[in-house]
Design a protein around this ligand. Structure first.
Ligand code: CUA
Length: 430
């Protein structure tokens, strides 16, 4: 007697909810393009190397299989609901139809279907477990070995195959911090270590997360298809500043890489009045000047964001307008303020190992473990109050402030003029 109950009010409510949701997205200023942007700096969906690609492809296999199951089950469910719905008042009060049990054809079919789908997922899974575990045999001969060590909250990178002569005599592996420079197109095998707690090494566009465990050697390998500037991130909660424990991977052409290595192996660059006079037309490095305040402190300048790899190349050159006098003052302050006891500057006075190696800090695009772009303004702000940018860091607690019986008290202070000199010195280290 009554017609099928298509509840118009329910349909109306669902439609309004959908439009209200879309309206919210637009009103809040999100463009749909941003909502569906899949290629951000730390996106795993647009890959730049074979390891990340294998992981992404495997993910898509499971998406396809799940979509297939969703469509089959959804179709059967929708068909049953429409075909067997109550069409009249009498249907609603009718006895249920006779119930069937144990149809061997359906049961065996469902088991066989499920097994087949699991096998479809298992084959590429097993293949990729082997592939992503270690550098393929065919590439082992060329692979470059690097050791990455996690510290609260920054990364040290060592190149055991690249030995450098120490000023004190002897040799040690080349060391750098927070920016891992590698050649593109060559497999990189990274030994993962930690000095304190568990960290995790992750470069979303190049390779997935592997933990850096105390007392246990892990490793990961990756390869960048072509030169590029990649964003890395600690991916295991490791304390106050875990979320801003970042790093970069800079992949260069083989030629640029060997030039970089050659420069890295030299002792720290020393700027004197004579060397300034001898320098012919120094390259200009000008990032957009910007005020540092809490809201924009972590962003990069537009010129940097537009082409970070070009910005990295520019950073390798001495800055225009270097002031030898100011640099010398900064170098002296670096000793007087005891910076030397935590930071190494190979060839100059720094000898410490608890903080990042600063032998070529002026040539890095970022400071404070990838959190701040390495402009003069930002390095000034960082030196002025490191705890503002990286809460809990050891430079602030233990360097600027020391603990005695009554708690923390200031160890030393730096004026703005002193910081300017320190920045000039550190930026001269190219
Ligand atoms: Cu290191 Cu999280």
């Amino acid at each position: 007697m009554t017609r099928p109950r298509l509840d118009h009010r329910l349909l109306l409510r669902l439609t309004s909810a959908l439009f209200a949701g879309l309206g919210l997205v637009f009103l809040s200023g999100c463009k749909l393009a941003e909502v569906f942007n899949l290629s951000g700096n730390q996106s795993t969906m647009v890959t730049a190397g074979p390891v990340a690609k294998a992981q992404w492809d495997l993910f898509m296999v499971t998406v396809y299989v799940s979509t297939f199951i969703f469509i089959v089950v959804g179709t059967v469910l929708a068909y049953a609901q429409i075909k067997f719905r109550a069409k009249s008042e009498a249907d609603e009060h009718a006895e249920p139809p006779p119930q069937g049990h144990g149809n061997p054809f359906v049961e065996i079919g469902l088991i066989a279907g499920s097994v087949a789908l699991l096998v479809i997922i298992a084959i590429p899974t097993l293949r990729d477990i082997w592939y992503t575990h270690d550098v393929p045999e065919s590439e082992k001969g060329n692979a470059i070995e690097v050791t990455a060590t996690g510290y609260q909250w920054w990364f040290k990178f060592e190149y055991p195959s690249e030995m450098v002569k120490l000023p004190s005599g002897g040799e040690a592996p080349l060391v750098t911090s927070n920016e891992l420079v590698v050649p593109a197109g060559i497999a990189i095998r990274v030994q993962l270590r930690t000095i304190d707690v568990i960290h995790s090494f992750w470069v979303p566009k190049l390779a997935g997360k592997v933990d850096m465990m105390p007392n246990r050697g892990n490793f990961v390998w990756f390869k960048a298809d072509k030169p590029g500037y990649f964003y890395g991130q600690c991916a295991e909660y490791c304390g106050e500043s875990h979320a801003i424990m970042r790093f970069r991977v800079i992949a260069l052409s083989p030629r640029d890489y060997s030039l970089w290595l050659e420069n890295q192996k030299q002792p720290a660059r020393t700027v004197t009045a004579q060397s300034l006079a001898a320098a012919t037309s120094p390259a200009t490095v000008q990032f957009a000047s910007m005020k540092v305040n809490p809201s924009d402190a972590l962003a990069g300048s537009p010129s940097f964001e537009a082409d970070p790899l070009a910005a990295w190349h520019a950073m390798q050159q001495p800055e225009a307008g270097e002031n030898a006098q100011l640099i010398a003052t900064g170098r002296k302050l670096f000793s007087d303020k005891t910076c030397i006891s935590c930071h190494n500057i190979r060839g100059h006075e720094g000898v410490g190992i608890t903080g990042p190696d600063l032998t070529r800090v002026g040539a890095r695009t970022t400071i404070a473990a990838g959190v701040l772009e390495n402009t003069r303004e930002r390095m000034h702000a960082w030196i002025k109050e490191p705890n503002h940018f990286k809460p809990g860091n050891k430079m602030w607690f233990g360097g600027y402030n020391v603990q005695d019986g009554d708690g923390w008290k200031p160890n030393f202070q730096v004026t703005d003029q002193e910081i300017d000199a320190l920045v000039a010195y550190l930026h001269s280290l190219k």
